[in-house]
Design a protein around this ligand. Structure first.
Ligand code: FPP
Length: 225
């Protein structure tokens, strides 16, 4: 969900106003994905690198995420959406926010609709470090692709088919590094607060026109997992 700060700066507003505008985009795009029958929808809400932002903005983002969970969890629950989180729960994440995350996950855990995965204090490298550490802790001597996959934060989550990066940046920025090995990447110039259902549709159309070969020559093979 990139481009919130620039969206605000373009309007002479504080960066936090861009994050606030990003909430509308998030729920509109989530609706659009749900209406299309998308089963897994993951958003990058706060990265392990975002702690480097000015303390005021970090504080704002922590509180903002908490508020969104409080104000939206019931509505998401009514829509049969399951909420889960990926990321490291280290001491920098306030206890209160962790409790909100646990509440939202518990409330919606039996829902059978779309799974909304919120990446919070998430970094792809950190996820791999944590996975390998847990494999070592289990006493196993052999590390395999399968064992790494099984020790990711959300082991049952399928690898993403499509990853959309907004705001004209052409990077993966430490997002789902392991899971993204064969994802199709779509880059959009639109700043996140302006991103709407039609932008999602355009990205999915672009995805549908891609030829996915997963390292093979095409045809029926899927990803190895
Ligand atoms: C990146 O824009 C955006 C963020 C760091 C935060 C986005 C978070 C939300 C919209 C809230 C999500 C909350 C939940 C609970 C899912 P940027 O600040 O990097 O923009 P810039 O690149 O223009 O500076």
């Amino acid at each position: 969900m990139d481009g919130n700060g620039r969206w605000a700066e373009q309007r002479g507003l504080p960066r936090t106003a861009g994050h606030e505008a990003g909430e509308k985009a998030l729920f509109e795009v989530l609706d659009g994905a749900d209406d299309l029958g998308v089963r897994w929808f993951t958003v990058y809400a706060f990265s392990t690198e975002n702690w480097r932002r000015p303390p005021d903005e970090v504080q704002f983002l922590l509180r903002f995420n908490e508020q969104i969970l409080l104000s939206r969890q019931e509505e998401l629950h009514q829509r049969n959406i399951r909420i889960q989180f990926i990321g490291r729960r280290d001491r920098r994440v306030p206890r209160r926010l962790i409790r909100r995350m646990e509440e939202a996950a518990a409330l919606t855990q039996s829902n059978t609709g779309l799974t909304l995965t919120i990446a919070f204090n998430y970094g792809g490298r950190t996820e791999l470090v944590d996975a390998v550490q847990r494999i070592l802790d289990s006493g196993t001597k052999r590390v395999t692709e399968r064992s790494i996959t099984r020790h990711l934060y959300a082991p049952e989550m399928p690898d993403p088919d499509l990853v959309i990066r907004t705001s004209g940046e052409y990077r993966v920025s430490n997002f789902l590094l392991w899971e993204m090995a064969y994802s199709e990447l779509v880059f959009s110039e639109t700043l996140w607060p302006d991103f709407r259902r039609e932008h999602l549709h355009a990205a999915i159309k672009e995805f549908q026109d891609r030829d996915r070969r997963f390292g093979g020559l095409g045809g029926s093979e899927g990803p190895q997992r």
